[in-house]
Ligand binder design. Structure first.
Ligand code: NAD
Ligand code: UGA
Length: 464
């Protein structure tokens, strides 16, 4: 029997877009995205979705209420479903064993326990969340230990490779879909059923099947290797600044080698986002547990280089401004971790803002898609600051870049939003304190044009 009803536990950045695209491409399948959070589900059912993703509004509008539903009724969604995606968050543990490195599987475990409690017929359970290698075994143990008579489970690994800001396009045109399953008759049958969903819009050659543990590890490996490229080019950006080489020219030259390729060689203030750091830390922890300290140290260096890059950038700002920011106003353009998303998780802008605030600056922030409440939460939570009021009185958030930069001593570009390229920098210069500085942490501006206006300009990986 083919799949007629899908449920997804977790209506986040992955569950929401992935299931919306499945609903779009499989009109005969009922898809329900279920979440514990009442607010999140209310937003998915409203005109303003909880996440900003280009193209997502259209997909949701076409399917919602027809074969796509967002619900807090987790039990009912599980009961009805033939196939259940677990797409819950897997953050880094903040307490206990593996604190600061291991993935916290409490939400995955919670999801598995609800499935075990509720299910009354056979289910295919699909691990969509990014998990440590062999996590499917833990899910299986929970399900089997609580199995009711007549109910069987197949656990599949089906990691997600979408990037935020391009999620809909990435899902519609995926380079590959990975499906890991058991090499038994029932396992192969479950893998085929999941393949048939993706085959509604992707060619079979793009759907790769393999053993469960390879599939789980491939996801961590892909993120680790993408982040490694960014840390590699960022490390070279420091060499460029010290020697007079230009990191964009170096990246172009290196990337033209077809064995290396040109993607993910954009030097920056450092990578952010909810996954690169978390997944590499998870990989490091797994290697340590497997008694592979050399491998752990190798991947840890990717994170260390990212920290170094963020630190190097903020040090440059402070040193350029006569080594004191006390009483100065600094404008931060962009707070999201990359363009075309409102997500700020692990955004380098948080590090930049915190460092400037600790140096005594007042900061004026503009981002086209990040809400004021989100910025306030990011900069005043206990992991970032001890005295929220001391920070709050020096943070202001604006809805346009011209007001945000008025009377500032410096502008710091933290996110590569397209609109920042075309701002009227002459007008902005006229309203800034002098000397006026621009620190381009994304290498998107026309530096020579800015110098001609009168700015002092600094960027990554190039002496100006
Ligand atoms: P998210 O925090 O945006 O969403 C997770 C959702 O799961 C939350 O809304 C939470 O309320 C819900 N949840 C937790 N426990 C639940 C339960 N028992 N039942 C129902 N809902 C529950 O997370 P995300 O960014 O969508 O990431 C989800 C997973 O996908 C993570 O493992 C992540 O590493 C992985 N991933 C993320 C991305 C990305 O771009 N964000 C890309 C690929 C993979
Ligand atoms: C990343 C991966 O690209 C996805 O394949 C993966 O599914 C996802 O993580 C995940 O597992 O969560 P994402 O973090 O959404 O996606 O965005 P990326 O485009 O990878 O950017 C991550 C960070 O690296 C951003 O801060 C970005 O600005 C930075 N970056 C990216 C660079 O500094 N230089 C580059 O060349 C590319």
């Amino acid at each position: 029997m083919s799949i007629k009803n899908i449920c997804c536990l977790g209506a986040g950045y992955v569950g929401g877009p992935t299931c919306s695209v499945i609903a779009l491409k499989c009109p005969e399948i009922k898809v329900t995205v279920a979440d514990l959070s009442k607010d999140r589900i209310a937003q998915w059912n409203s005109e303003k979705l909880p996440i900003y993703e280009p193209g997502l509004d259209d997909v949701v509008r076409k399917c919602r209420g027809k074969n796509l539903f967002f619900s807090n009724n987790i039990e009912e969604s599980i009961l009805e479903a033939d196939l259940i995606f677990i797409s819950v968050n897997t953050p880094t543990k903040i307490n206990g064993n593996g604190k600061g490195r291991a993935a916290d599987l409490k939400y995955v475990e919670g999801a598995a326990r609800i499935i075990a409690d509720v299910a009354q017929n056979n289910k295919i359970v699909v691990e969509k969340s990014t998990v440590p290698v062999r996590a499917a075994e833990s899910i299986a143990n929970i399900l089997i230990a609580n199995q009711k008579p007549g109910v069987t489970y197949q656990i599949l690994s089906n990691p997600e490779f979408l990037a935020e800001g391009t999620a809909v396009n990435d899902l519609l045109n995926a380079d590959r879909v990975l499906i890991g399953g058991e090499n038994t008759e029932a396992g192969r049958e479950a893998v085929e059923k999941l393949c048939s969903i993706y085959e509604h819009w992707l060619p079979r050659k793009n759907i790769v099947t393999m053993n469960t543990w390879s599939s789980e590890l491939s996801k961590l490996a892909a993120n680790a290797m993408l982040a490694q490229r960014i840390s590699s080019i960022n490390s070279l950006s420091a060499v460029c600044e010290a020697t007079g080489a230009d990191v964009s020219e170096v990246a172009r030259a290196v990337g033209l080698d077809s064995r290396i390729g040109s993607k993910f060689l954009q030097a920056s203030v450092g990578f952010g986002g909810s996954c690169f750091q978390k997944d590499i830390l998870n990989l490091v922890y797994i290697c340590e547990c497997l008694n592979l300290p050399e491998v752990a140290a190798y991947w840890q260096q990717v994170i260390d280089m990212n920290e170094y890059q963020k630190h190097r950038f903020t040090t440059k700002i402070i040193e350029s401004c006569f080594n004191t920011l006390s009483g100065k106003k600094i404008c931060i353009l962009g707070f999201a971790f990359k363009k075309n998303t409102g997500d700020t998780r692990e955004s380098p802008a948080i590090h930049v803002a915190k460092t400037l605030l600790d140096e005594g600056a007042s900061i004026k922030i503009y981002d086209p898609k990040v809400d004021k409440e989100q910025i306030d939460e990011d900069l005043t939570n206990p992991y970032v600051c001890e005295n929220p009021e001391n920070y709050r009185k020096r943070i202001s958030i604006y809805t346009d870049p011209y007001t945000a930069s008025k009377d500032c001593h410096a502008i710091v570009v933290c996110t590569e939003w397209d609109e920042f390229v075309d701002l009227d920098y002459k007008k902005i210069y006229g309203n800034m304190m002098k000397p006026a500085y621009i620190f381009d942490g994304r290498k998107i501006l026309d530096h020579q044009a800015l110098i001609n206006i009168g700015y002092h300009v600094q960027t990554i990986g190039k002496r100006l």
